[in-house]
Design a protein around this ligand. Structure first.
Ligand code: C2E
Ligand code: MG
Ligand code: MG
Ligand code: MG
Length: 291
């Protein structure tokens, strides 16, 4: 038997199929207890503004530490949570924690930082999603732009009218919106024209060989130019090398995130990172990328 695997192309699953679905079932069932059991946490990956060398915020990334199985990758459990519908309550937990992180930064005097949150299409289409989001933000007294919502291009596959209304409500509420993994999905450019998208996140797969591959460079350059012409920002994800950061700056990319600037960090390490980076900048000792 043959099954298509997004990462590796075709793979044979004959004896493994059984094991895979058993694990999926076990994980899916264990996930129900994950919030109550304190097994979830967020990691924060800092994002860097290339022109100024300033940290601009972070992406919140979900982590699940199962008591017996150890860390389970979000790439594995998010799809299961989407299938079971559990992603909605998990998603609210993520938003609550991300807002708490944004509030800590704000209270530490870093008043213009943005925390980006991955929102599954299934959560996004919940009837009261935008209202609930603004309600929570206002209750904490967070500035309007402190939280950014990351959606993938897959939302374009949903009912366009409903999505259009939601996106308008989102921007009316002052919430920022970015398109995650841009260039890998169902790319209908028409939604970029119709909806107010603030930022395109250029997928890591275009960054990996940026310095050696002319096609990747051409694609990245075209995305940056297009974003610019439409008044959107760009951020490159998965930047691991100084040479990639330098190339991206030369191409006019606004921001980067990736192991080169910082790995995703736990709460305390993240708060310290942001305080240090800001202090270094104020003291004039920050080293801009490529310098
Ligand atoms: P994503 O949103 O595209 O997140 C970027 C992924 O790339 C993260 O993987 C991050 O740890 C990884 N990454 C960042 N920089 C580098 C780098 O320089 N090199 C390499 N090799 N990897 C890098 P992670 O944390 O495993 O998350 C995987 C995916 O799971 C995310 O992709 C996102 O689609 C999803 N996800 C994570 N947290 C959440 C969440 O709270 N809710 C939802 N709905 N999805 C989430
Ligand atoms: Mg993301
Ligand atoms: Mg991404
Ligand atoms: Mg990605």
């Amino acid at each position: 038997q043959v099954k298509r695997d997004g990462r590796n192309g075709l793979r044979f699953y004959a004896p493994h199929m059984q094991r895979y679905s058993e694990r999926a079932l076990a994980l899916s069932s264990a996930l129900k207890q994950a919030i109550a059991g304190n097994e979830l946490s967020l990691a924060f990956q800092p994002q860097l503004d290339l022109a100024s060398g300033r940290p601009v915020g972070a992406e919140a990334l979900l982590r699940w530490q199962h008591p017996q199985w150890g860390p389970v990758s979000p790439a594995e459990f998010i799809p299961l949570a989407e299938q079971s519908g559990l992603i909605v309550s998990i998603g609210w937990w993520v938003i609550e924690q991300a807002m708490a992180a944004a509030l800590r930064l704000y209270r530490a005097g870093l008043t213009d930082m943005v925390i980006a949150v991955n929102v599954s299409a299934l959560q996004f289409v919940q009837p009261d999603f935008v209202e609930e989001l603004s309600r929570r933000r206002d209750r904490l007294g967070l500035p309007a732009g402190a939280i950014e919502i990351e959606l993938t291009e897959s939302v374009a596959l949903l009912n366009p009218e409903e999505v259009g209304l939601k996106l308008s409500a989102l921007s009316a509420a002052g919430m920022r919106l970015s398109i995650d993994d841009f260039g890998t999905g169902y790319s209908s450019m028409s939604y970029l024209k119709r909806f107010s998208v603030d930022k395109l996140k250029i997928d890591k797969s275009f960054i990996d060989e940026l310095n050696d591959n002319e096609e990747d460079r051409a694609i990245v350059s075209a995305i940056i130019q297009m974003a610019r012409s439409l008044g959107m920002k760009t951020i490159a994800e998965g930047v691991e090398l100084a040479a990639q950061a330098e190339q991206l700056r030369a191409l006019g990319c606004d921001e980067i995130q990736g192991y080169w600037y910082s790995r995703p960090l736990g709460q305390e390490a993240f708060d310290a990172f942001m305080a240090d980076a800001t202090r270094a900048l104020a003291a004039g000792t920050a080293v801009p990328p490529g310098a």
